[in-house]
Structures are given as C-alpha cells and as structure tokens.
Design a protein around this ligand. Sequence first.
Ligand code: ADP
Length: 247
Amino acid sequence: MEGSALAARGLTRDFRGFRAVDGVDLDVAAGSVHALVGPNGAGKTTLFNLLTGFLAPTAGRIELQGHDITGLAPERVARLGMARSFQIASLFPQQTVRAHVELALQGATSLGWAFWRSDRLLRRFRERADELLERVGLAESAGEAAGSLAYGRKRALELAIALALDPKVLLLDEPTAGMGVEDVERTVELIAAVRDGRTVVLVEHNMSVVGRLADRVTVLQSGRVLAEGPYDQVRADERVVEAYLGS
Ligand code: ADP
C-alpha cells in the first residue's frame, strides 16, 4: 500500500448473505485520477460507499494516506482528507449557491461553529466561497437560489461543496450521470481543472470520460476486480470487452 493515497485490501461487503463486494484490492496512486468502472450491479456504488465510510465492510482494510480508516464514520474520514461529491438531494433549494459553500467551509473549520465567529472570519468564508464558485464556473450564480440551477450547474455546486473541505482525495460518484453532451464536456474540463495535484477517484459509466480523465482504471465484475491498469490496456482486455457485452 506504500505510496498510495488510498488503498484497500480484501475489501468485502455482504448484504444478507449476498456478496456485493468480494475481496477487492485497490491502490490509488497519490495525485492520480483513478476510475472505477464495470457493468451494472458490479459493486461500484457499494465499493464507493465502503471507501468513504458510508458503509462498514464485512471484511478487509482501507488506508487513507497510510492511516487505517476501516470502519471510521464519514465525518472522521472527511476530516482526514477525503471528500465525496454530495448528492443533489442534499441541497437546500431556497438557500443561495454561495450560502451552500459558506456552510461547507464553516463545517470544515473547527472555528466555524465557535461562538466568537467574528465578522472577519465570516468575510473570509465569503471570499473563499466566491473563489471556489469562480473555479467551478458558478461565480455569476452565487446569489441565486440553489434550486433554480440547471442540472449540470447543480453538479458543479456539489463539486464546490466537496472542494470546500480542501480534500487530498476527492471521490466523485458518476459526475456526468444524466447529463447532455455539453454538460459532460464542461464537467470533464471542470474535473481536469480542479484536479490540481489532488487524488481523484471516480465511478463513471461514460467510457469517453474515463478515457480522457483517468490515469488508471479498475474494472469490477460481480464484486471482484476483473482488470486494472491504464485505460488503453484495460479497454483492449478481452475479458473486459466480454463483461460489457454480457451486461
Ligand atoms: P453498481 O454500482 O456497480 O451498479 P452496486 O454496488 O449498486 O453495483 O450493487 C452491487 C450488487 O449488490 C447488486 O447486485 C445489488 O443488487 C446489491 N446491493 C447493493 N446494495 C444493496 C443493499 N443495500 N441490499 C441488498 N443488496 C444490495
């Protein structure tokens, strides 16, 4: 696991006797973009939830930058430097776009909830929120209600919220799901832009997105690792082609 930003060994999760993730080994190199792919039901979402602490493993071990994080709650994992993209369902439709990011920044800082939250501190949160919104292309929407954003822009807001934690490892669950071609393009550019030395793990169905963003790809099938390697190598692997044809 040495040198890995995120690693798993023998990671396993059962649901009432059904093994959704089955002895997965994973090594995500620091600073790389690593994609998790596989046909429907392969175990990608379950693996994602295990890595971020939203599900406890039945067996196995997870390390974040050399720290054993197996079984830790999501908040603890987040504090150790790993953030996941939020789900749209968790946005407050009436709140402004900026308020969402300010709130995330306050939550990420232990000072955020202190009773001496000074004007200066609040100003600092606002400036930082505006910087993050600028980075994800939402500067002009800062004062709008989050509920009024178009779908692709909501996903950009989720990314800004995740970035508020300044995570070393960023996990993105199907960042382009349900998007039209234009939003997919924008999202690919956005992820490439916010990457900036961070480690990124993404679950992604769109293979052209994977090909453009990922340094390495892990292919899952029936809860197991079917193949792992650079995109071109994995794409040419006959077992991978078959797994997709059969799905
Ligand atoms: P993917 O994201 O690759 O489509 P999932 O991780 O969602 O795959 O699911 C993997 C398998 O585990 C599927 O067969 C699914 O039905 C099963 N599964 C996932 N979550 C649960 C759950 N909470 N209870 C029972 N079975 C589950």
